[in-house]
Design a protein around this ligand. Structure first.
Ligand code: EPU
Length: 421
């Protein structure tokens, strides 16, 4: 038996949707919280399976985790112990790798098997490991697990060949207790990195320059607990903006930071979507006339996010003319295009680009969520399609979207879950 999502397309959406706390910030904040010696209270935690997986990993390290109310997580590492992280859960998500930086920083020793996550083409962690080595750690790979250790971590200059989100955060976590000053040059600038540094600074770290490509970390002796509220999820917000653009009569996406979404908002404007931009909301007001094809190139923040290109592709199947989407982050992140073609889209994939010949009607059929954002793309396509779309392998969607069915149902969508053989 497998649980699937079914969507009956063609219903227009109306109402207000509230965006949850950022998944990609949360999955780094939770491991960061173990760096201190007292309880960290995190507010705005989304209800997604990645958080459940990380909670399992915390408990196995003897960290106390309490979920309070709808969105509060209290993480108390006061009695934690450093154990090998080789269990199956590590392979369920990519963000397990943040325990590498956190445990190395706190204990000078970590043993962990390779983390999992969405397959988007090769996703090496060489830059994370090079950063740990530069701080003084040695790395061995034995029996399927990394053993990373250091007698002492010493601050140094680290230049990242690629502005990697994961490497920037992981090195920042490993360096908070390092002796002296660490600088990360060509650091990634994504808002989630700022959120993690904000938490660490509240705990007592001395991190400067986040949000620029030069981050400075001055090592400290002790970190304690604190209270932190997570930033809104810009990718979840983007998903609702795109589906609002695709299927809404009038939808307001609230509890967002519109500045985090500028590259998408300007693309939606170019496509012909009318919007009102508020301080913490965007209201979709309909469309100018026919949707226009556009070209998109994914880039590190503040460029167009790779995580948004998959949902946007569903909308571009309805734009007049040819749109070209070029991936510069994950050159093989196009599996969603093959699924869209099953529904009637006309997309030629020639990595690193996809040529979307828009204006073709979509028809519901059985498709597979091959990864998280492919799932989001197929939900949007299902809302647009005539008839019923069945989405398989929805555990990918549940890893990252808080109450997707509930939020869409409240907007007037016809979406439900079923068990199939
Ligand atoms: N890279 C390397 N070596 C490394 C690290 C990265 O070559 O050691 C390459 C990657 O292969 C990729 C590029 O650098 O081509 C950028 O990867 P990055 O490290 O920035 O990605 P990540 O940290 O693994 C996070 C998000 C992804 C998002 C990317 C890019 C989390 C848990 N994941 O991944 O989110 O696509 O940044 O913005 O924060 C998603 O939410 O669906 C998702 C996949």
């Amino acid at each position: 038996m497998e649980e699937v999502i079914k969507i009956e397309g063609g219903h227009s959406l109306r109402g207000t949707v509230r965006i949850s706390g950022s998944k990609n910030a949360t999955v780094a904040l939770i491991p960061a919280a173990i760096l201190g010696h007292g309880p960290v209270t995190i507010c705005g935690v989304p209800n997604i399976s990645d958080v459940e997986s990380l909670s399992v990993l915390l408990k196995e390290l003897d960290v106390e985790v309490v979920r309070k109310g709808e969105d509060i997580l209290i993480i108390d590492p006061s009695h934690m112990s450093n154990k090998a992280m080789v269990q199956e859960t590590v392979g369920k998500l990519r963000a397990s790798y943040y325990f590498m930086g956190a445990l190395l920083g706190k204990y000078g020793h970590v043993e962990m098997k390779m983390p999992g996550g969405c397959y988007l083409g090769p996703r090496p962690i060489d830059l994370h490991l090079k950063g740990f080595e530069a701080l003084g750690a040695t790395i061995q790979y034995e029996h399927g697990a990394y053993i990373i250790e250091a007698n002492e971590l010493v601050g140094t200059k680290i230049f990242l060949d690629i502005a990697s989100v994961g490497a920037t955060i992981n090195i920042m976590m490993a360096a908070v207790y390092a002796k002296g000053r660490t600088t990360i040059e060509n650091a990634a600038k994504e808002p989630e990195i700022i959120d993690v540094a904000t938490l660490l600074n509240k705990m007592g770290a001395k991190i400067r320059g986040v949000g620029t490509n030069l981050i400075t970390i001055d090592g400290v002796d002790r970190l304690d607990g604190c209270f932190h509220e997570i930033i809104p999820d810009r990718i979840e917000a983007a998903t609702y903006l795109v589906l609002g653009a695709a299927a809404a009569e009038a939808v307001t996406v609230e509890n967002i930071i519109p500045q985090h979404l500028e590259s998408l908002i300007s693309k939606l404007d170019e496509i012909g979507i009318l919007m009102e931009i508020g301080i913490d909301y965007v209201k979709m007001l309909g469309r100018k006339e026919q949707l226009k094809a556009v070209d998109v190139q994914t880039l590190p923040y503040p460029g167009f996010a790779t995580d948004i290109q998959q949902p946007l592709t569903a909308l571009l199947t309805q734009a007049q003319g040819q749109s070209i989407v070029t991936e510069t982050i994950y050159k093989e992140r196009f599996k969603h295009c093959h699924e869209l073609n099953k529904m009637g889209a006309n997309i030629n994939v020639m990595p690193p680009s996809a040529m979307i010949n828009g204006g073709t009607p979509l028809a519901g059929c059985e498709v597979t969520a091959t990864d998280l954002r492919c799932g989001a793309c197929l939900v949007i396509a299902g809302l647009l399609a005539e008839g019923i779309t069945t989405i398989r392998e929805i555990y990918h969607i549940d890893r990252g979207y808080d109450n997707l069915d509930g939020k869409l149902t409240a907007l007037g969508a016809k979406i439900w879950r079923e068990q199939i053989d």
